[in-house]
Design a protein around this ligand. Structure first.
Ligand code: ADP
Length: 493
C-alpha cells in the first residue's frame, strides 16, 4: 500500500507533544509491515537543528493563497534508523520560527495561512513523488483541509481519483477555529461554508473540515473514541462525530522501544529489567534525587510528572494537592518537568522555592530529563481531565513507575486499577483517582504510597506486570492497516 503521512510534528524533527512520538514511529512500523510510506511536514526551525542529515531536492513548489503567490523548497531526510523518507515544506517566512504554533503572546496570527499553504503544497508534492498514492493519512487540525481538498478534487490532480483520506484526532480540543473570512485562504468556496462541512458557529473550523470530509477517522484510544461522541468531551463536535461513528475507529498508540526501554536506555544512571527493577530503581532514584537536590527520607516515595502545563493535564489539582501534602510531614516527594501556561509555572515555582526538599522542578523541555524521571520515580502521576491516549503512562509502565491516573480516555484503556479482582488475577498495573477533585487525587496518591511502603509483594507484582506489557507499534500499525484496507475497499464498491 502507498501511504502519505502528513503531520506537523515528528520525532526528532519537531515536537510539542504525543503527535511527534506517533509520527516518528508509526510510519516506520507501517513500512516494516511491507508498505511504502512517506512523511510530509513543515520545515520548522527545529528541523534544522537535529542530527539527521537533510538534503535539498530540486523541487520548488508554488501556491497561490488568496491572491498571494508563495513558494516552498522541498528538502528531504529520513526518520532515524529507517529509510522512511520525510519531505519538508520549507518556507522560512512561514515556518522558520522559534515555536511551532505560537509564542507567549498566543497562537501565531497567520496560522490559517501557514497551514492552508502547507496543505496546498502537500497536494503538489504528492503529485510529483507519489502519484499512485492510496492513503492520505492526516493528523489534527493543521492538516484538516487535506481531506476536504481530496473530496472536492481541489486542483484536480490525477492521484485524487484513487486516494482515500484518513484523519487521526490526537486531541479534539485543538480545532483551528478562525473568522469566516479565513475561508479565502483555504481556496475552498462558500458552498462549503455550512454545518456539514467547515462552518462552526459562523466561523471556519479546520478540524471540522477534516472530520466532515475524511473517508475514515481514527483517534488514539477506544475509550476516547466513545467519549468524544458525547457532549461532555465532544468539544462542540460530538454531533459530527456521532454522524460519522461508523467510520470512526479507536487505535491506541504504541511506544518506540528504540527510545523507551529501561534495558537499553543510555540516558539513565543504570539500566534494568523486570527482574532487576529494585536495584535499577534504587540507583536511578538516588541519581534523580541528587540531580534535584532532594534529600532522602525513609518511606517517602518519589512521584514523577512530565507534560505540557495545560489545564487538560490537571495541574490545578496537582498544585492544590501539593500545598496540602507539603504542609504535613513528608509522605511524598515530587519531581516535575513541564512547560506551558505561566499560571502553573508560577504556582510550581513558588512551591519549589518554599519546599525545596519536597519538590524538584524543571520548567522547560528536556528529553533527557524525561527519561531520568521515568527511570528514577516510583510513582507517575497523570490526573488528566481528559486524555486521548497519553504516552507517559505507557513509558511509566515500561519503566516500572507505577501510574496513578484519572480513568479517562487512553489512561482508562491502558492502566488497570488495583482492586480485589485485579489483585487476585494479577492484572493490576496502577491506581485510579476515585473522584476528580483534590481529595480524590490525594486519596489515590496515599493509596499508592501505602501500597509501596506496606505491601512490597503486591507492589512488586504491580511493577512487574506493567513492565512486561507490550505496547508495540506493530500492533497499532496492523490496526491502521485494517482501517486503510476497509476504507479503500468500501469506497470502491
Ligand atoms: P500530549 O500529546 O497531550 O502532550 P502525551 O502524553 O500523549 O501528551 O505525550 C507527551 C509527550 O511529550 C511525551 O513523550 C512526553 O514525555 C513529552 N513531553 C511533554 N512535555 C515534556 C517536557 N517538558 N520535556 C520533555 N518531554 C516532554
Amino acid at each position: 500500500m502507498k501511504i502519505a503521512f502528513v503531520t506537523t510534528e515528528a520525532v526528532p524533527f519537531a515536537k510539542t507533544g504525543g503527535l511527534a512520538d506517533v509520527s516518528g514511529a508509526l510510519p516506520i512500523a507501517l513500512q516494516r509491515l511491507g508498505h511504502e510510506v512517506i512523511v510530509l511536514m513543515p520545515a520548522f526551525r527545529s528541523v534544522h537543528m537535529t542530527r539527521q542529515p537533510i538534503s535539498e531536492t530540486d523541487m520548488v513548489v508554488h501556491a497561490n493563497i488568496a491572491g498571494r503567490g508563495l513558494s516552498a523548497r522541498i528538502s528531504r531526510s529520513t526518520l532515524p534508523q529507517s529509510d522512511v523518507p520525510v519531505y519538508f515544506v520549507d518556507n522560512p517566512e512561514l515556518f522558520d520560527r522559534q515555536h511551532l504554533y505560537g509564542d507567549a503572546q498566543g497562537d501565531y496570527q497567520d496560522n490559517p495561512l501557514r497551514f492552508s499553504f502547507f496543505c496546498r503544497i502537500c497536494l503538489q508534492v504528492i503529485d510529483r513523488i507519489c502519484p499512485d498514492l492510496q492513503i492520505l493519512h492526516c493528523n489534527d487540525w493543521q492538516t484538516g483541509l487535506l481531506p476536504a481538498y481530496l473530496a472536492t478534487r481541489f486542483d484536480g490532480y490525477q492521484w485524487m481519483q484513487q486516494a482515500k483520506s484518513v484523519l487521526t484526532i490526537h486531541n479534539l480540543a485543538y480545532q483551528g477555529i478562525f473568522p469566516k473570512d479565513t475561508l479565502s485562504l483555504t481556496g475552498l468556496g462558500w458552498e462549503h461554508f455550512h454545518f456539514r462541512a467547515l462552518e462552526f458557529y459562523d466561523q471556519v473550523n479546520l478540524l471540522k473540515a477534516g472530520l466532515s470530509f475524511a473517508d475514515a477517522l481514527t483517534t488514539v484510544s477506544q475509550r476516547y473514541s466513545e467519549e468524544i461522541q458525547a457532549p461532555e468531551q465532544g468539544c462542540g463536535l460530538d454531533g459530527v462525530l456521532r454522524d460519522r461513528a461508523e467510520r470512526l475507529f479507536g487505535i491506541p498508540n504504541g511506544i518506540d522501544p528504540q527510545i523507551w526501554d529501561p534495558r537499553t536506555d543510555n540516558e539513565i544512571a543504570s539500566t534494568y529489567d523486570a527482574e532487576s527493577w529494585k536495584e535499577g530503581k534504587a540507583s536511578n532514584r538516588a541519581a534523580l534525587r541528587e540531580a534535584f537536590d532532594l534529600p532522602h527520607h525513609h518511606r517517602v516515595p518519589l512521584v514523577g510528572m512530565i507534560g505540557r502545563l495545560a489545564e487538560q493535564k490537571g495541574w490545578d489539582l496537582v498544585v492544590q494537592a501539593m500545598r496540602q501534602l507539603f504542609a504535613d510531614e513528608p509522605s511524598v516527594q515530587f519531581v516535575v518537568l513541564g512547560t506551558g501556561d505561566p499560571r502553573y509555572q508560577d504556582a510550581l515555582k513558588e512551591l519549589a522555592t518554599r519546599y525545596p526538599d519536597r519538590l524538584g522542578l524543571h520548567l522547560g523541555f528536556s528529553d533527557r530529563l524525561a527519561h531520568r524521571i521515568e527511570a528514577g520515580a516510583d510513582i507517575f502521576l497523570m490526573p488528566s481531565r481528559y486524555e486521548p491516549c497519553g504516552l507517559n503512562q505507557l513509558y511509566s509502565l515500561r519503566y516500572g513507575t507505577v501510574p496513578v491516573v484519572q480513568p479517562t480516555g487512553g489512561l482508562a484503556d491502558t492502566v488497570t486499577a488495583v482492586d480485589a479482582s485485579s489483585i487476585a488475577d494479577g492484572s493490576a498495573t496502577g491506581f485510579y483517582l476515585p473522584h476528580y477533585n483534590v481529595e480524590g487525587l490525594v486519596a489515590a496518591l496515599t493509596e499508592a504510597v501505602q501500597t509501596c511502603n506496606d505491601r512490597p509483594e503486591l507492589w512488586d507484582q504491580i511493577v512487574r506486570r506493567g513492565m512486561r506489557q507490550e505496547w508495540s507499534w506493530e500492533r497499532s500499525a496492523k490496526q491502521y492497516l485494517r482501517v486503510y484496507e476497509q476504507t479503500i475497499s468500501r469506497n470502491e464498491n
